[in-house]
Ligand binder design. Structure first.
Ligand code: ADP
Ligand code: MG
Length: 243
């Protein structure tokens, strides 16, 4: 996250404050190394998995049709889906994509276009011309993950974009069961899926919200979940308006 990359706090003041600041700075550095190690490990692993997986896929195509081949194909598909989630996870953490000015509405519109069940609210006045600063490929992934969840777990995604002060908000309301209040934080954890979705064959590994929140925070923003009073989940992506 961002907090780990913030500069160390000043180690001056009374003796106790200096000691506390020192301890906090040391801990921040240890945590940062740990997280960066994990990110690089995931990236290397994902990269190295690609070649043998492709080779296996090609070899599989050459095998004669048999129940064993079907079973292998099924296992391989599972491994591929795990690998691609890890690749996604690693990619948005490690790549050096540069932040740039992005026309937020256009980006949301183009992501929404690829989902049959996502549409803009009729009464939402279009907030065009809102510019934010973010890594474009990453932000597209973030928005995709959030809309994907709404259509997967909530049937339909109703979108709205608005500006409040210096904040751009994308709101995504769905028609699903929402998330139990006590789980609203937990679902942002890596590999966390709720009971109902755990046995689904569709959907991911529980990394979608982790990735989305990391990307939002990387751009100075946040992802917020709440249960809509009238039912369904309300997902909000907030980003600072570019000066
Ligand atoms: N719009 C939603 N409505 C209900 N539950 C949701 C919604 N979005 C996410 N969830 C729950 O949060 C879990 C974690 O979501 P996510 O991190 O995107 O992982 P994944 O979609 O791969 O399971 C999902 O498995 C699901 O249980
Ligand atoms: Mg998801």
């Amino acid at each position: 996250g961002n907090a780990l990359k913030s500069p160390p706090i000043s180690e001056s003041g009374s003796r106790e404050i200096r000691a506390a600041a020192k301890a906090i700075n040391a801990m921040q550095m240890r945590l940062r190394d740990y997280v960066e190690d994990r990110e690089h490990l995931a990236a290397a692993l994902a990269h190295d998995l690609r070649t043998p997986l492709t080779r296996m896929r090609l070899r599989l195509e050459l095998l004669r049709r048999s129940p064993a081949r079907e079973a292998l194909a099924h296992d391989l598909a599972d491994i591929e889906s795990i690998a691609s989630s890890v690749i996604d996870f690693a990619k948005f953490e490690v790549t050096e994509e540069k932040a740039e000015r992005i026309d937020f509405w256009s980006l949301v519109e183009s992501v929404a276009d690829s989902f049959e069940d996502a549409s803009f609210d009729e009464d939402a006045t279009p907030s065009r011309g809102l510019i934010c600063i973010a890594r474009p490929v990453a932000l597209r992934r973030c928005i995709t993950n959030l809309i994907q969840n709404a259509v997967t777990y909530g049937k339909k995604a109703h979108l709205g974009v608005r500006r409040t002060g210096d904040t751009i908000t994308l709101s995504i309301r769905d028609e699903g069961p929402g998330i139990p209040q006590a789980k609203l934080d937990a679902v942002f954890g890596s590999f966390v899926r709720l009971e109902e979705s755990r046995n689904r064959t569709t959907g991911g590994l529980g990394l979608g919200l982790t990735i989305a929140r990391n990307i939002a925070r990387g751009a100075g923003g946040e992802v917020i979940l709440s249960n809509y009073p009238g039912g369904g989940l309300l997902t909000e992506l907030r980003l600072p308006v570019a000066a």
